[in-house]
Design a protein around this ligand. Structure first.
Ligand code: F6P
Length: 324
């Protein structure tokens, strides 16, 4: 019987994580379960940074970016000793189950902890990269893409005014979701994804053909995880062979991770937070809550971390048609 649940956020923060924390806490209180906030992710778990939360301590955080629980990428938790200390802390604080909000690294840790200690764990996907299998969207992705679109629209003004070619690098360590969606939404001439690399020669051909039809400025979106190098490297390779345009590079970086969550992220995080608590109370463990086709779905953590969630190839085809 679960009487006390621990909740933590780990890895890169994502807008909407606070909405998920609020939903977890309130769903616990609603179900008469106590809830401990664990600060600084797995590092705080190891070091015993716990604080009892209630429905009022999570008031007015629904619309705030970042995570009130703070986050970390804990190296200690990667070691059996670190996980041993974490398990002791959970026992000392009387925690019967753990909810971990984060991405791939967070769930890898949660899965190992569950296997080694038997403690029920539940993952909630929070990652602007959107790269987890078992959910259509991760918390934070929608907000991050809206932020990127706002930035690129502004860059477009300068590109147009100066007849320039811009290479804009967006986040996505191993995945091109942000690049693909924002590339379509901002009318990029090309989108360079880790899942489908466009060669420098192909890119130059595209630039040449649109220039012939009268295009005077362009935007190329490069996902951070692209195998041909980041935006600076690709811009260098292109300008070496093709120097028709004045070229600039803009790396959007961490501004993509902050800010108030969108309505979509707030609602999704709220649904997932409630379903995470309900899933644990129903006896589920070692799973991630996701939403697929608008329905709450539980996927084994092992699948969530090992199986691929790939961008829609048809969207790439559409982007190519529309960039002529
Ligand atoms: O996983 C989310 C993410 O924002 C990636 O897109 C990026 O590569 C990484 O985190 C950056 O991490 P950090 O903030 O630790 O530099």
């Amino acid at each position: 019987m679960i009487k006390r649940i621990g909740v933590l956020t780990s890895g890169g923060d994502a807008p909407g994580m606070n909405a998920a924390v609020r939903a977890v806490v309130r769903a616990c209180v609603f179900n008469k379960v106590e809830v401990e906030g664990i600060f600084r992710g797995y590092q705080g778990l190891i070091e015993g940074e716990f604080k009892r939360l209630n429905e009022r301590t999570v008031a007015k955080i629904l619309g705030r970016g970042g995570t009130i629980l703070k986050s970390s990428r804990s190296k200690d938790f990667l070691t059996p000793e670190g996980r041993g200390r974490a398990a002791e802390q959970l026992k000392r604080h009387g925690i019967d189950a753990l909810i971990a909000i984060g991405g791939n690294g967070t769930f890898t840790g949660a899965h190992v902890l569950c296997r080694e200690t038997g403690i029920p764990v539940m993952g909630i996907p929070g990652s602007i990269d959107n790269d987890l299998y078992g959910t259509d969207h991760c918390i934070g992705f929608d907000t991050a893409t809206n932020t990127v679109v706002e930035c690129i629209d502004k860059i477009r003004d300068t590109a147009t005014s100066h007849n320039r070619l811009f290479f804009v690098e967006v986040m996505g360590r191993n995945s091109g979701f942000i690049a693909l969606k924002t590339g379509i939404a901002t009318g990029a001439i090309a989108i360079i994804l880790p899942e489908d690399e466009m060669s420098v020669d192909e890119l130059i051909e595209t630039l040449q053909s649109t220039e012939h039809s009268g295009k005077s400025s362009s935007i190329v979106i490069v996902a951070e995880g692209s195998k041909s190098g980041g935006a600076y490297e690709i811009a260098r390779k292109v300008t070496e062979k093709y120097s028709e345009y004045e070229t600039r590079v803009s790396v959007l970086g961490h501004l993509q991770r902050g800010g108030a969550p969108s309505c979509y992220d707030r609602v999704m995080a709220s649904r997932m937070g409630v379903a995470a608590v309900e899933g644990l109370l129903q006896g589920r463990k070692d799973v991630m809550i996701g939403i697929i086709n608008d329905r709450e779905t539980y996927t084994p953590l092992e699948d969530a971390i090992s199986r691929n969630h790939l961008p829609n190839r048809d969207e790439l085809r559409i982007a190519r048609i529309l960039s002529i």
